[in-house]
Ligand binder design. Structure first.
Ligand code: ZN
Length: 449
């Protein structure tokens, strides 16, 4: 197949005007000027997207597909209140509801040009949806538990379930990872033994870290709403929690959670220079989730500090429960504008953010040899973004157009491993009408309709 458009953005090299990408099976066979490619491969089927940009599919470093049905259910709350309300509403859903909710998330991911997800899931709903949708990614098995006595029990359950998940993921573009949820939901012994176990078995690890001030106060001072109202909500009210006197990042370092690397930390808003040095020391990569962080009043992550230390950074949308859409364009745009606002400088460019949403994200989860740029031999994870609308013309700089003018409605092609998942508003792997119809009764259960 030969895909051509006004612009091709390989990411690994300068944009190609009137460019083309040739795919063969799951891989990219060649890339260059359309004329050259057309002469070289005269028999290839040509798809011409016209005034559009072809680029690698987005890597979304933080998703919870299964929370998609909660869109709008917990709006306008600070982090602790949001978490409490989300936890209470989650009780209402049954297993099938979670799966349907994850399908809803998969629909949106595909429509947004997201081809790779790094998804944290508790019951595995995201695994099923991502598999049926044909997405690529890492599905992290989530554990929580503050009761020290239950660590052995949790680990046996984890080993059993992960084995099943690995079987379910075989033959797909998904791998299974491991995610201790966060410092306020995972006890120190559980963090230590589970991450040790995960590294022994070569699982990639992900954790929420240093997100809200509520989490910071919990770890450092043992105070705030998380060890009180939230713990009461989840039945941990009788467990004693002692203040540690250190930041969340330092706390995890002290418990050996970063030892051995292979760690993706989500949020990292409540961090200072010493924390960033620790992240660098253990080569921890970071998912920057600016919209979720701003919407829940968590703050703004110090991106320039991360980049000065050359941390591996990518963009994360988090779930529609917190950040009501999975629109990576919005994430790049708002993420960039917030940084400009707080640093009072123009230090970041649109190109920096497109990099973070593609190759930067791929590096953060060590998939950069396969995805993240359009290079010969890499996987054909490719999207096309239409630029023919009035709000986008004239398009002289494709990076600028993507970050400052585009949104998820402009995506006209989503391809994973050479397979078209979405083209011109039509899905090839999922039944959009059926999923939307089935989502309505679930939203009624949540008292949202
Ligand atoms: Zn999350």
């Amino acid at each position: 197949m030969l895909l051509t458009a006004k612009w091709v953005l390989p990411i690994s090299q300068r944009p190609i005007e009137d460019g083309a990408v040739v795919t063969e099976g799951p891989k990219i066979k060649d890339i260059g000027k359309f004329k050259t490619m057309n002469n070289k491969y005269p028999d290839e089927e040509v798809i011409n997207f016209g005034k559009a940009i072809i680029l690698p599919g987005f890597v979304d470093l933080h998703t919870h597909l299964e929370y998609s049905v909660f869109r709008g259910a917990c709006d306008d709350l600070g982090y602790a209140d949001w978490k409490i309300q989300l936890t209470k509403k989650s009780e209402i859903l049954k297993k099938g509801d979670w799966i349907l909710s994850a399908y809803l998330g998969a629909l949106e991911a595909i429509q947004s040009g997201i081809t790779t997800i790094a998804d944290i899931t508790k019951g595995g709903a995201s695994l099923r949806a991502a598999k049926d949708a044909g997405l690529r990614g890492i599905i992290y098995y989530e554990v929580t538990g503050m009761d020290h006595t239950k660590v052995p029990e949790i680990m046996i359950e984890t080993e059993n379930n992960i084995d099943k998940w690995i079987n379910q993921a075989s033959g797909t573009n998904l791998t299974i990872g491991f995610a201790p949820h966060s410092p306020y939901t995972v006890s120190p012994p559980l963090y230590r033994s589970s991450t040790g176990w995960a590294r022994e078995h070569n699982f990639k690890i992900c954790t929420h870290l240093a997100g809200s001030k509520a989490e910071y106060d919990f770890v450092k001072y043992g105070s705030g709403r998380l060890p009180n109202e939230y713990w009461d909500t989840v039945g941990w009210g009788d467990i004693l929690w002692q203040p540690t006197g250190v930041s969340p990042v330092k706390y995890l370092e002290e418990w050996g959670v970063f030892d051995g690397g292979n760690m993706l930390a989500v949020h990292c808003v409540q961090v200072d220079e010493a924390d960033i040095d620790i992240l660098k020391k253990y080569d921890v990569s970071v998912a920057y989730c600016p919209r979720c962080n701003a919407k829940l009043g968590m703050g703004i992550a110090p991106l320039s500090g991360f980049l000065n230390c050359q941390l591996r950074i990518g963009m994360g949308t988090d779930s529609p429960a917190s950040n009501n859409t999975m629109d990576i364009f919005d994430e790049m745009r708002i993420g960039l504008l917030l940084q400009r606002g707080i640093t009072r400088s123009s230090g970041f460019t649109a190109e920096d953010f497109v990099y973070m949403a593609t190759l930067g994200g791929a590096r953060a989860i060590n998939l950069h040899n396969d995805i993240g740029s359009l290079d010969q031999g890499k996987q054909a994870d490719i999207i096309a973004v239409d630029m023919s609308h009035s709000h986008q013309i004239p398009t002289r700089d494709p990076y600028s157009a993507l970050v400052y003018t585009a949104n998820q409605e402009n995506v006209v092609l989503t391809m994973v491993a050479g397979r078209i998942l979405y083209r011109n508003c039509k899905y090839t792997t999922l039944d959009e009408a059926e999923i939307l119809k089935k989502a309505e009764p679930i939203r009624r259960k949540l008292k949202m309709e």
